[in-house]
Design a binder for this molecule. Structure first.
Ligand SMILES: Nc1nc2c(ncn2[C@@H]2O[C@H](COP(=O)(O)OP(=O)(O)OP(=O)(O)O)[C@@H](O)[C@H]2O)c(=O)[nH]1
Ligand SMILES: [Mg+2]
Length: 239
C-alpha cells in the first residue's frame, strides 16, 4: 500500500519561473484538506534548471523528480508520471500555474466519496472559465471541442487537468497521439461513465513561454481520428 493518498504528476519544460510557487501551492492546498500527496515532476531535461530547482524542494516538500533525456512534448512525460504514481488516485496538471491547485481537494473528494472515477478540471461548465484569452485561441479551443463531441459528453475534452482512480487504467491501452492523455482516458478509460467535470478558471501561464504550436494541433487531429476509429469499432462490435 502506498503511503500517499494522491499522486500529482506535472510535466515540465522550462518552468523554472513557476515550479517553486507551483509546488508550494499544491502542497498547501492539500495540507489544509488533510490529504497526503506525492508530487512527481517529470522534466525533459529543461535547460533552465527546472529539475534542479524542484529537486531542491524535495525537503520539506513531498517532491520527486524524474528526468527524461529527450524533449518529446508533454504526452510521454504524462504517461511516465502515471506509471510512476504510487497512490491509488492520480492527477495530472500543468506546471505553469494555469490550473488552480486550490481545486485539488474538491476534485479528490469526488473520487474518494465514490461519486466519480475520473474528474476533469473544466473551463466550459458553469463556474469555469478562461482568463483573458485572445479571440483566436478561443476559436481554436471551440473548434477542438466541436470535433471531439462524438467521442465524449465531457464539455472540456481538451483539459490537461484531470484526476482519476487508477483502476480505470485496467484493461485499457493508453496510447495517445500527442498530449491529450485526459481525452484518451475519457474515451478509453474503464470509468463506467462515472466522469464529473469540476469547474476551474484557467489562468494565463504565470511566467515563461508557451510550447504549444502547429505540431500539437496536427497531433490533436490525428488523435481525434484514432479515437473515432476506436469508438466506431467498439460500437460495431457490440451490435
Ligand atoms: N516534460 C515535458 N513537459 C512539457 C513539454 N512541453 C510542455 N511541457 C509542459 O506541459 C505543460 C503544458 O504546456 P504549456 O506550454 O503550458 O502549454 P499550454 O498550456 O497549452 O500553453 P500556454 O500555457 O499558453 O503556454 C507545462 O507544464 C509545460 O511545462 C515537454 O516537451 N516535455
Ligand atoms: Mg500552459
Amino acid at each position: 500500500m502506498s503511503k500517499f493518498e494522491l499522486s500529482i504528476a506535472i510535466p515540465t519544460y522550462n518552468e523554472a519561473k513557476n515550479i517553486e510557487a507551483m509546488i508550494i501551492r499544491v502542497h498547501d492546498s492539500l495540507k489544509k484538506a488533510g490529504v497526503s500527496e506525492e508530487i512527481i515532476i517529470v522534466d525533459d531535461s529543461s535547460p533552465d534548471g527546472t529539475a534542479e530547482l524542484a529537486a531542491k524542494m524535495a525537503k520539506p516538500y513531498p517532491v520527486r523528480v524524474y528526468i527524461r533525456t529527450k524533449r518529446e512534448g508533454p504526452g510521454p512525460a504524462i504517461l511516465d508520471g502515471i506509471r510512476l504514481a504510487e497512490a491509488p488516485i492520480a492527477c495530472i496538471m500543468d506546471g505553469d500555474l494555469s490550473h488552480p491547485p486550490e481545486a485539488l481537494p474538491e476534485m479528490y473528494k469526488l473520487i474518494k466519496a465514490g461519486k466519480a472515477l475520473l474528474v476533469v478540471g473544466s473551463r466550459h461548465i458553469r463556474g469555469g472559465g478562461t482568463s483573458k484569452w485572445i479571440w483566436y485561441r478561443k476559436f481554436f479551443s471551440w473548434g477542438a471541442r466541436l470535433l471531439g463531441k462524438f467521442l465524449t459528453p465531457v464539455n472540456d475534452l481538451t483539459s490537461g487537468f484531470f484526476m482519476f482512480d487508477k483502476n480505470i487504467l485496467e484493461g485499457t491501452d493508453i496510447v495517445p497521439i500527442g498530449c491529450k492523455v485526459g481525452l484518451e482516458l475519457m474515451v478509453k478509460g474503464n470509468h463506467k461513465g462515472k466522469v464529473i467535470e469540476y469547474p476551474i478558471v484557467f489562468a494565463e501561464r504565470a511566467a515563461g513561454e508557451s510550447k504549444m504550436g502547429w505540431r500539437e494541433t496536427k497531433q490533436y487531429l490525428q488523435h481525434l481520428l484514432a479515437l473515432s476509429l476506436y469508438k466506431l469499432s467498439r460500437i460495431l462490435k457490440f451490435k
